[in-house]
Design a protein around this ligand. Sequence first.
Ligand code: SAH
Ligand code: SF4
Length: 395
Amino acid sequence: MNAQTASSSAHPLDLSFDRRAPKPAGPLSLAGLTRPQLRDALIAHAGVDEKKAKMRADQLWRWIYHYGVTSFEEMTNVSKDLRAVLAREFTLDRPKIVERLVSVDGTRKYLIQLAPGVECETVFIPDVARSGALCVSSQVGCTLNCTFCHTGTQALVRNLTAAEIAAQVMIARDDLEEWPTSNENRKITNIVFMGMGEPLYNLDHVSDAIDIISDGDGMAIGRRRTTVSTSGVVPKIQELGERTGTMLAISLHATNDDLRNELVPLNRKYPLAELMDAIRAYPGLGNSKRVTFEYVMLKGVNDSLAEARALVKLLKGVPAKINLIPFNPWPNSPYECSDWDQIEAFADVVNRAGYASPIRTPRGRDIFAACGQLRSESEKIKASVLRKQRLAGGE
Ligand code: SAH
Ligand code: SF4
């Protein structure tokens, strides 16, 4: 699918097609499988007796996700014979890192190859207070074409499998030397689904991946430390809460339908009033489980103080956190980032309404660390041409 087709289609992503996992080229990697998938693989390919399969899967689970081993030889409580079978039938390979960039501020960005020509991005953002978030992708590209977002311009779109999502966490933990799982001094304390793609268009795989990542016998990054960001796929918001128990983030960016229709075209399908109703009904919402509202600061577009006041009014009564995100420009993008003074003045209005420190400081600017920014210069230029053509076409 090219970006043009994606932008003009009412139902942009054919989920019935995309839900199927791509067939692996070589032996199956066990790194990234869910517990049931692991058990089934042992029965089908390693001749493990059905009655013993659950026990064996539990044993392997700990080696794979608690210790992060990359060879079957390290599984010392598994018999030599079974280890040999496992090594013959499976691997523990992760997808390859094709580019790794480390910023002066400690931000790390990985471009990960999932299959030839299919790449996604993962970004590790260390925080000041001994915590760090890993920003993972849920799709390659995105069908939604928000006008300020570079990811939406990418030609290729497909859902990532649960294994490909979980593997992003494993790859980052390999690189940060975070094995085995420890409860003290963790580098990756939080997971945010704010990389490439719309997670609620891939909820089955996102939900399975969260089961893997949060499992206490494995990587153990809890559901309350996991945030899923959506541009507003209203019919899936309740289901997200029920299936995953994670924190919700909403890419709001505008406080009225006219402007949001332009910035986040999905708003034409699910307008603000419906979105706000779905948010209010999010399971478990309360003071300890607030919704994060993301608001990208676009100069002269959505950054007036009247809009700051409208934002406060819109969120009244919703347990909320607000993240003001300085716009990260890409070459020939149709917007500019708001002036810093304006962002501060906007933040002031929001602060006075009781929302603390809402500006998200830009991280890893020297490595283009905002999600969707690690592309070759030529791809960026091609994308911006497509964007301009689309805007010229009156969308
Ligand atoms: N598709 C989901 C999650 C991925 S986008 C969503 O839209 O919520 C993660 C966040 O980055 C979103 O809030 C998105 O609006 C924001 N974003 C995208 N492009 C950006 C840019 N160029 N500068 C700043 N923020 C951007
Ligand atoms: Fe897709 Fe999110 Fe980018 Fe919009 S902001 S195009 S939903 S990734």
